[in-house]
Design a binder for this molecule. Structure first.
Ligand SMILES: [Zn+2]
Length: 73
């Protein structure tokens, strides 16, 4: 009979270094998309400008970040 030892290592997930959070938006009514930006307010302003031009009021917004799992020592 073999005897094995299990070893548990704690991990945590964190923002990946040297990466930015990116904000994007696309119109739900046409194929318009905002210029992706690290500034969420800039994307929001683009959406409002698109609404002013087109009367399209629905948008899909995405916030993208990069993560990495590291050992929690
Ligand atoms: Zn649109």
């Amino acid at each position: 009979m073999s005897c094995s030892a299990l070893r548990y290592v704690q991990h945590r997930i964190t923002e990946h270094p040297d990466t930015d959070v990116t904000f994007e938006a696309e119109c739900l009514h046409c194929n318009w998309t905002a210029q992706p930006s690290t500034d969420s307010a800039a994307v929001d302003v683009e959406c409002m400008s698109h609404t002013g031009r087109s009367n399209h009021k629905g948008f899909r917004r995405a916030r993208t970040s990069f993560a990495m799992v590291v050992r929690a020592d």
